[in-house]
Design a protein around this ligand. Structure first.
Ligand SMILES: NC(=O)c1ccc[n+]([C@@H]2O[C@H](COP(=O)([O-])OP(=O)(O)OC[C@H]3O[C@@H](n4cnc5c(N)ncnc54)[C@H](O)[C@@H]3O)[C@@H](O)[C@H]2O)c1
Length: 416
């Protein structure tokens, strides 16, 4: 029998996930719940024969009627949503799975509370990091597996995610979202680099993170002209409470068997004024390499100036598209390209077998720890030693200045 999903949140990622689910077997979308009734999503579900798509007024009510809760709401709703789900389970609801979009939480205190509630609920979990499920990444690593065996592991993985800035006000509010682009997208690139470095056949958390070094900056959206744009578009004041629009850093990992150290370099930005979203993975081992770039498509579309007047929806071409004319990068199946299809296939298979997905919520917590270490490194201008017990005690209740709304203390020099 198909697993019945109940989806919380009716925004951008829900739309993407529903498109992905049209390619997944063994699942139906039984329920949807959001702050305002998610009618667009419900219509999509029914039109595509994905399930009943019943709109619920509360998480509690929906939890009693579904097998799997998918937390696709904003970051600041993770804890309250998990609390409500745990309450429903205490009152007799039975769940077979819990899914959460990245990030698991905004900091480790919050992540630990979310995890404790998940343990209490007792259902298998899936942490949705779509990028490690990308078919291009999987194909490259499968192709390289015998080479890695013969020559030695990938020693450097560079992962990047960049676009021109998020689509909703809460992403820009560092207290609601958890920070700027490092909190929003650093989690993706850190996970992708870690995964690419992991020897074939080993679990996703096999390599031990030993240190993190990072920098954050505010290169575009702190300039007066763009601050005004943010204020006008989203009512956000980066003059008062800025967040970073650029972050980069290196996570060093150790192979627990061989003690070999390898490096994952991440770069994320909200100031990538090119065609649209770009995901990049570039990995190097002794004598071999791979590179995946999501902006390279076998498909090209050209719309000249004379024809451009008829084009209104740039996002038809690509997520976060910034142009609707000229030579466009067009991707025909973005939900598949970015790994959304395969992360659902993995979760549905795992939950049906009564186990957690490839990446569970404990893995999600580890990504929060690495992100927090990156913020701490940027704040203190030093490399964070993750093997030091005192550092881990510090990280356990650390809330980055930017997340506290005190970003001026770190990024003030970027404001003109
Ligand atoms: N994997 C990815 O690449 C990816 C991409 C985008 C977003 N995300 C993640 O997905 C989550 C949602 O992001 P989004 O882009 O869909 O945001 P969004 O702003 O587009 O949509 C958020 C939705 O949640 C609803 N909502 C707001 N407050 C709520 C509440 N208290 N209870 C229930 N629903 C509420 C809103 O009405 C809206 O429907 C975030 O955690 C984000 O980090 C992941």
């Amino acid at each position: 029998m198909a697993l019945r999903y109940g989806i919380i949140g009716g925004g951008f990622i829900t739309d993407f996930q529903l498109r992905a689910l049209t390619n997944v077997r063994g699942v139906e979308v039984a329920g949807l719940m959001s702050r305002t009734p998610p009618r667009r999503a419900a219509n999509f579900v029914r039109e595509h024969g994905l399930g009943e798509g019943k709109i619920y007024r509360s998480i509690t009510e929906m939890t009693h009627d579904v097998d799997v809760l998918a937390l696709f709401g904003p970051n600041f709703t993770r804890l309250s949503a998990t609390e409500e789900a745990a309450g429903a389970v205490r009152n007799g609801a039975a769940l077979k799975g819990l899914i959460v979009e990245k990030p698991l939480a905004r900091n480790l205190t919050e992540a630990d509370r979310v995890l404790a509630l998940a343990d209490e609920i007792g259902a298998p979990t899936a942490y949705f990091e779509n990028q490690i499920h990308m078919k291009s990444v999987r194909a490259a690593l499968a192709q390289l597996a015998p080479t890695i065996d013969a020559m030695g592991p990938i020693a450097l993985a560079r992962a990047a995610e960049e676009h021109a800035g998020p689509h909703n006000a809460w992403f820009w509010d560092p207290t609601q979202q958890g920070g700027g682009v490092l909190s929003d997208m650093g989690c993706h690139s850190i996970a992708l680099a870690w995964y690419a470095l992991t020897p074939p056949g080993k679990p996703a958390d096999f390599l031990v993170p030993v240190s993190v070094n990072a920098e954050v900056a505010l290169l575009k959206w702190g300039r007066k002209r763009y601050r005004e744009e943010l204020r006008g578009r989203y009512g956000i004041d980066y003059g008062k409470s800025p967040a970073e629009d650029f972050a980069t850093g290196i996570v060093t990992f150790e192979n627990p068997d061989t003690k070999q150290r390898v490096k994952g370099q991440f770069t994320v930005s909200w100031m990538y004024d090119k065609q649209g979203l770009r995901l990049l993975l570039d990995a190097l081992g002794p004598g071999y390499a791979m590179e995946a770039n999501s902006l390279r498509s076998p498909l090209e579309v050209f719309i000249g100036d004379a024809a451009a007047a008829g084009v209104t929806d740039a996002e038809l071409a690509l997520e976060k598209s910034t142009a609707s004319q000229g030579l466009l990068a067009v991707q025909p199946n973005e939900p598949d390209l970015y790994g959304y299809v395969d992360e659902n296939v993995d979760a549905v298979r795992a939950f049906t077998a009564g186990r957690s997905a490839l990446l569970d919520w404990h893995y999600g917590r580890e990504i929060v720890r690495l992100t927090m270490a990156a913020y701490l490194s940027a704040e203190e201008g030093r490399t964070i030693d993750l093997t030091d017990p005192a550092t881990n005690t510090r990280l356990a209740d650390y809330v980055p200045l930017i997340q506290q709304g005190r970003g001026r203390e770190l990024l003030g020099s970027y404001l003109d």
